[in-house]
Design a binder for this molecule. Sequence first.
Ligand SMILES: O=C(O)CCC(=O)C(=O)O
Ligand SMILES: [Fe+2]
Length: 302
Amino acid sequence: MEKNNIPVIDMQNFPGNDEKVLREALEEWGCFRLVNHSIPISLMSEFKAVVKSLFDLPIEIKQRNTTPLGWSGYGTFKEHEALTMFDVVFPQAVQEFCSQLDVSDYQRKLVIESYSKSVMALSVEIMEKLAAILGVKNYRHSFDDWQMFLKMSKYNFTPETIASDCVGLPSHVDDSFLTILDDDSAGLEILNDKTGEYVAVDPVPGRPLVIFGDFVTAWSNGRFHNVRHRVIGKVTTGRVSINSFLMGPRDGPVEAPAELVSDEHPRLYVPFNWEDYRTRQYASKDPWEGGLVHVLAHPIKS
Ligand SMILES: O=C(O)CCC(=O)C(=O)O
Ligand SMILES: [Fe+2]
């Protein structure tokens, strides 16, 4: 556990004591810090350096970054600009991103492709552990075909915006199963539901943070927690963060597997397609409010 109480999971301690820690992290926090994981630390820092260099490109080049998803690609929001690489399971998708931004073959092969593979493999490993904890067998071998996208963000805070307690990204829950956030960006805060207070998540080099989103709550039939979080202005050096979002099945809905539904635990959420869910969130009046309320199996009558 860290000084702010955020659980720390050792990926090598399975089976072992960390199964219990992982369960508690999911039931209480909706996030945890990772140690002894499979992404090489040198690759994390090389990838970060490449991402920083992409943000230094002229705006006309950054604007070439588009994806098949209407709501992603290069965009700006207040102090924040973002690039997206969609569907990292496919080398063609990585290639497409790299050609949009004139990335060299060296950087593509040795850094961007390697990082994408590595972060996807780690997400699959985490999902397998979640399935094992819940006793879910049907999903065990199919996570590696799930869709994942990478959102790279740069926050251009100034001394003035920092002094005015600037929120770089408002409080929200992720529309994802899980999000792996790279290791060294100050300013992230997560909400501790028990105390109702935000907790600062300090950067720890080599130790990414895993954040659970709405889809894990739906899939686990309410057993696992998602977590509200936000980014506040702390540094003026251009805060760059890399978010790897594991979205869900390629050809099927997000739904609680049969093992998790019973008379005692009736289905809480109707099955949904993750892309429709996200599209609705983006179109909604308040996209920062969680979207689970729209997929309740028994909507609350007003
Ligand atoms: O930049 C960060 O640290 C977090 C960003 C985030 O929460 C998001 O993009 O969903
Ligand atoms: Fe987020």
